[in-house]
Design a protein around this ligand. Sequence first.
Ligand SMILES: Nc1nc2c(ncn2[C@@H]2O[C@H](COP(=O)(O)OP(=O)(O)OP(=O)(O)O)[C@@H](O)[C@H]2O)c(=O)[nH]1
Ligand SMILES: [Mg+2]
Length: 367
Amino acid sequence: MSAAGGVGRLVKRLFTRGDDEGERQSQAADGRGGRDSDIGSSPDPGSGPGPAEGATGPRGALARLTDRLARTRDGLVGKVEALLGRKPVPDEEFFGELEAILLQADVGVKAAARLLGGLRSRVAAAGPKEGGGVPDLMAHLKEEILEVLGPQAPLSRDPSGTTVIMVVGVNGTGKTTTAGKLGYRFRRDGSRVILGATDTFRAAAIEQLEIWGERAGADVIRHEEGGDPGAVAYDACQAASARKADYVILDTAGRLHTRVNLMEELRKVRRVVEREIPGAPHEVLLVLDATSGQNAIAQARTFKDAVEVTGIALTKLDGTARGGVVLAIREELGIPVKLVGIGEGLEDLREFDPAQFADALFVGAEA
Ligand SMILES: Nc1nc2c(ncn2[C@@H]2O[C@H](COP(=O)(O)OP(=O)(O)OP(=O)(O)O)[C@@H](O)[C@H]2O)c(=O)[nH]1
Ligand SMILES: [Mg+2]
């Protein structure tokens, strides 16, 4: 994909609505995500923040999440229900098949073992019901999933100064999109936001962030392509002080010429913000693509060691049946998932709420 083509496609997709089911499926199949964007339903795409009606209230939020997690729900909870239909008595074969379902949904070996162990104990404690089945098995599974997910981990912020968030990750995971959506969220809450184009690797990356800045109503600090990311970070911090910004969000590069250089550049950006703003960076958000499955775990290990990641933004949960990876991340990395991306629209970024996530997964199930 050419750089210009990438931006062109982005702009086109930002301003069009793909209601056609075939389009959804082909997008999902090629990893571009799936569902229609909510952008097209906004009255005027150029008029800054204007949340789609019904998308932001608690019920609207759950409904949208439920819609976007449909593939994972089918791949995980739907399959467990089908298994229970065939095998109402949870014997060894049942647990074997359940393990296979969990692994297919990318729950990971460790989290799957924990879930199965917990479920076995609950099943043993509950005892058989009349006719041989186990009462409330889906409810037990949901409880176990909630235990693995742990409590909600909110984003850190400095309420009296500027909060600096570095957005890092390998190329294509959704860093720029996440930085833009996050900026929009903060703007919608009345905060002043500066987006820093510290990904100077490609001109298109800078333009892409500028488009998001316009959409979100946030200022963008940029230099030319090939510029020093540390200098952009410095300017973004200076601008934040001058304009009394509440947030600086730095979109960083996903690739440079070698991996080693990338990590060095990220550490450099980090040192700049540490020096310029007290307590910064308040968050180093690692963006992981949920469709990349266990690969995401390997990426997280590399970044965790190199740049002190404080939280994960898990994107493209709408485009995959393998959303169980959220459990693998929690269990294997010990880094909290703080944000989830559930589409390409402005509204499609959520603070990760384990209880709501579980509710969306188990909606309609006999939990
Ligand atoms: N369906 C879906 N698509 C997403 C989501 N987040 C990002 N994307 C798409 O993923 C693609 C890559 O997103 P970018 O934000 O450009 O990724 P990046 O990490 O900045 O990429 P580089 O700058 O090349 O490293 C774009 O087409 C986004 O629209 C999401 O939550 N759901
Ligand atoms: Mg980018």
